[in-house]
Design a protein around this ligand. Structure first.
Ligand SMILES: [Zn+2]
Length: 477
């Protein structure tokens, strides 16, 4: 693989305020980084990529995805949050062998790359064994994506296909919780001692909807002993006790920018202020939040607090894994809310498309501590970028390249993807991926998972969870 690339004649949407947009601009990539960005660049020993009629943009940064669910496309299409919590979190994990976990994460990361997502936070709650935990990491590494692998502290219910079920099996015992901590600690020590590569170590917390402030504080302090890049947690979905989490951490001086609060639509402005002052980022996942009633996406309120918001895709078990659709949905939903707030139709729209593109790139990078490394195209930064074709019937002519990316493009328009200067997609195809064979492997894995799933005691599981859920979703007195 060439160490030097010269990308010629692209419309460069840099997302760097000092550089802006370059028409017919060039990028010189050397040793994985952007060495130069400008006009009429030349370099004799660089491999040349002709980017005429293409937009060059920074790779997207997805700050929340459960990558393992690749085999389950469409199963969650009409689900509520209750359906998801019961079925996906309780039943499906027991249907994955380690080999399925590898394939889910490998193909899921390839799907992300194919759509120009070059960095992902994998909030991984499929840690049913050490073997699974290693296989999931292997999948991400094999795909060559940048990101944070947040290993789950959540002890999945040990239900087995065809097995009997009682209420006692729904929650982790103290022994199971301790064993899960041991698993994460051993994995960090033996399989993830080095944070120098593309993939960094992170932790996905237990679910904090039914816990005490002291337990939350204890868990955060425990996580920090392992020096994770990111501690990812679901919060502020309108469930149970999760609104006490931010005040509890703030009071104890435990907030910090290693914390990534996911969803957070129900967080108060005071909570968001606390994150802006004391530390803590937010990832909003518009499509699942709107589908499952988790509240109106919090992106705009986070920005108002002075903190960079970020976007996540969450799950491909109910929709596509590209950032184009999330940007579009978020921006238009936000514009709708702006009009509602104003109470009358203003003369001009207030919200530019460039804002959401910033959130999907630099915003995400900043939220996981990589803001100086990726998120925009600027000399010195890592060469994580995509080239988007604009010659298709749904794209041409381009009058505004930002609008082309936010409102018209889809994953199939992504011609080229680089991570740290390494080609992951070229001429519209993933590099070094034999897709027909891989697709067969994925379909075989899907068949095995669904066969096991058919034997899960789903009706009983829903009956056991329904009263617990009622308690979690009761409006506050
Ligand atoms: Zn999630």
């Amino acid at each position: 693989m060439a160490a030097r690339w010269l990308i010629k004649n692209a419309t460069v949407v840099s997302m760097d305020p000092e550089i802006g947009i370059l028409e017919r601009g060039d990028l010189l990539i050397e040793d994985g980084r952007i060495a130069r960005l400008g006009f009429d660049l030349s370099c004799e020993d660089a491999s040349r990529i002709d980017a005429d009629r293409m937009i060059a943009a920074p790779g997207f940064v997805d700050t929340h995805r459960h990558v393992w669910q690749t085999q389950l496309r469409g199963v969650a299409a009409d689900w509520s949050l209750f359906d998801y919590s019961v079925t996906m979190r309780n039943a499906f994990p027991a249907c994955y062998e380690a080999e399925d976990a590898f394939l889910g994460n490998y193909v899921g990361a390839l799907e992300a790359l194919d759509a120009g997502v070059t960095t992902v936070v994998d909030h991984s709650h499929l840690q049913v064994s050490e073997e699974h935990t290693r296989a999931l990491a292997d999948g991400l590494r094999r795909a060559g994506i940048r990101g944070v692998y947040c290993v789950g502290l959540y002890a999945n219910p040990r239900l087995q296909p065809g097995g009997a079920l009682d209420q006692g099996q729904l929650f982790a015992t103290p022994e199971q919780a301790a064993a899960q901590r041991d698993l994460v600690e051993r994995f960090r020590e033996h399989h993830f001692a080095d944070d120098g590569g593309l993939l960094r170590f992170g932790i996905a917390t237990t679910e904090w909807v039914a816990t005490t402030p002291d337990a939350v504080a204890d868990e955060v302090a425990w996580c920090r002993r392992l020096a994770p890049a990111t501690i990812s947690t679901h919060v502020g979905m309108g469930l149970g006790e999760d609104l006490r989490v931010v005040p509890a951490l703030a009071e104890r001086g435990l907030l910090g920018d290693d914390l990534l609060f996911v969803h957070g639509a129900h967080l108060s402005d005071a909570d968001l202020d606390a994150l802006a002052r004391q530390g803590g980022f937010v990832s909003s996942t518009p499509e699942t939040e709107l589908q499952m009633g988790m509240g109106f996406p919090v992106v705009d309120r986070v920005a108002a607090s002075g903190k960079e918001p970020s976007l996540g895709i969450d799950i491909v078990s109910n929709f596509a894994g590209d950032m184009f659709s999330q940007m579009r949905l978020m921006l238009q939903a936000q514009r709708f809310q702006d009009y509602e707030r104003e109470g009358r139709l203003p003369l001009n729209s207030r919200r530019p498309a460039a804002e959401i593109l910033h959130t999907a790139t630099q915003g995400g990078a900043t939220a996981i501590g990589l803001g100086d490394l990726v998120g925009s195209l600027r000399p010195g930064k890592q060469a994580d970028l995509l080239l988007v074709r604009t010659d298709g019937i749904h794209m041409a002519p381009v009058n505004d390249p930002v609008a082309a990316l936010v409102f018209y493009a889809n994953a199939a328009d992504v011609d080229t993807v680089m991570v740290a200067g390494q080609l992951r997609k070229q001429n519209g195809r993933l590099v070094e991926v034999e897709w027909p064979k891989l697709r067969c492997d994925l379909e075989d894995s899907r068949d095995r998972i669904l066969r096991r799933f058919a034997a899960m005691p789903l009706t009983q599981l829903r009956e056991l969870w329904a009263p617990i859920w009622e308690g979690l979703t009761e409006p506050p007195a």
